[in-house]
Design a protein around this ligand. Structure first.
Ligand SMILES: [Fe+2]
Ligand SMILES: [Fe+2]
Length: 185
């Protein structure tokens, strides 16, 4: 698997999390119970996997290589992707705050959970689609097969530093999907 294929595989894991998040937000919106631990777990997944594992690789490796071949981080497609990462962090921080209130028994936090969970899922799903369909092909075109494979040592470093992170969150997704199927109405 080359580095771009690895990023696309990570997108598939992130999309599984977004599906769960959206389904739980919809349950909450129609008055069903969702365990507060679920939202804590999702915030943790988004921060530790989608952001610190996946977005960090894009920002510190792929986008840097792209900037070296003329893609400015200040304008154009890479700038849009960076802006969306930042926007997503905003939604997640609001989701975390509302999730804490909900965990403390404050049901007035429910609309904020629903709003930020839905907004994040929508933003990130569109973001992933743009990367898979437009940005990554642009990177492959500009960097060439050799340029892409030259990112491999940096990817390996991140994956080594964060050994076990992907496995931990994929296991979490498996478990949450099983539980969600168990409670589906
Ligand atoms: Fe991204
Ligand atoms: Fe991505």
């Amino acid at each position: 698997m080359n580095p771009i294929e690895k990023l696309m595989t990570e997108h598939q894991n992130i999309l599984r999390g977004l599906d769960l998040l959206e389904r739980a937000a919809a349950q909450l919106e129609r008055g069903d119970q969702v365990s507060p631990a679920f939202f804590n777990g999702m915030v943790d997944f988004i921060r530790e996997y989608a952001d610190k594992y996946h977005h960090a690789k894009e920002e510190s490796i792929l986008f840097v290589r792209m900037s070296e071949v003329g893609f400015s981080p200040e304008m154009g497609p890479v700038a849009v992707m960076l802006h969306e990462h930042i926007k997503g962090r905003g939604y997640v921080s609001e989701l975390a705050k509302a999730g804490e209130k909900y965990a403390a028994g404050d049901r007035t936090a429910i609309p904020d959970i629903v709003k930020n969970a839905m907004a994040y899922a929508e933003l990130l799903r569109a973001h992933i689609h743009k990367e898979d369909m437009i940005l990554y092909p642009m990177a492959e075109n500009a960097l060439g097969e050799i340029g892409i494979s030259l990112m491999r040592p940096d990817f390996d470093n991140v994956e080594h530093e964060k050994a076990g992170v992907e496995e931990k969150y994929v296991n979490m997704l498996d478990k949450l999907e099983r539980e969600m199927i168990g409670t589906a109405s």
